[in-house]
Design a protein around this ligand. Structure first.
Ligand SMILES: Cc1cc2nc3c(=O)[nH]c(=O)nc-3n(C[C@H](O)[C@H](O)[C@H](O)COP(=O)(O)O)c2cc1C
Length: 196
């Protein structure tokens, strides 16, 4: 059972990293193998719309995304976190996101065989965590087309200093439980398959 966490925050070890890592910690404690990837540490450039991926199973741009495709195809679950920048995901996250186009066939059906579970994590400065809800809910549809099954969207508000999220004990507990839930659901499904 592999759970991969991505953080699209350029600020290292800040709220988005911490919250994504917390979900991973819950999954790990429940028996999953986890990996944490900071998108800002990857050398990746923006999609060029060449549509190479419509006739090939990968991207024409030979950068760090090549390894990421393999990681995602092997994942049972993913956690994708981003700070809210101007009401949307950070630029770093958006570049990563666009580069997921090779997960689609030419007819926009998914190439993902495992249909990984997905937890989305957003951190924002605003205290009202409902403020960007329509945008955040839309990610379910986008990632649904890609073949992911969104289980939960976690939103942390009032995140200005690097470690503000540590003060929100209930949210951190929920993030851990969400991670554990990811692992437990997958491990239970596997146990039932083995029983057959
Ligand atoms: C360029 C920029 C744009 C931002 N735009 C918003 C915004 O539109 N709404 C909001 O609530 N917070 C906004 N913020 C605050 C960040 O979402 C918040 O500080 C976030 O938790 C940062 O994540 P980090 O702690 O992982 O760096 C913005 C911050 C930056 C740097």
């Amino acid at each position: 059972m592999k759970v991969i966490g991505f953080s699209g925050s350029p600020r290292k070890d800040a709220n988005t990293d911490r919250l994504v890592r917390q979900v991973l910690a819950g999954a790990r404690e429940a028996g999953a193998e986890t990996k944490f990837i900071r998108i800002a540490d990857l050398k990746i450039s923006g999609c060029t719309s060449c549509y190479h991926c419509k006739t090939h199973y990968t991207c024409s741009i030979k950068d760090d995304m090549q390894a990421i495709y393999a990681v995602i195809h092997g994942a049972d679950a993913c956690v994708i976190g981003s700070p809210v920048y101007m009401g949307q995901v950070s630029g770093q996250t958006k570049i990563f996101w666009d580069r997921l186009l090779p997960l689609f066939n030419a007819d926009f059906s998914t190439r993902l065989k495992k249909h990984p579970a997905l937890v989305m994590v957003f951190t924002q400065g605003q205290t009202d965590t409902g403020m960007f809800k329509p945008y955040m809910e839309n990610t379910k549809q986008v990632f649904g087309f890609m073949g992911f099954k969104t289980r939960e969207i976690i939103v942390a508000g009032a995140m200005m200093e690097k470690a503000d999220v540590d003060k929100q004990k209930d949210l951190m507990a929920r993030a851990k439980e969400t991670g554990a839930g990811l692992a437990e659901a997958e491990l239970t499904a596997k146990a039932f398959k083995t029983d057959k």
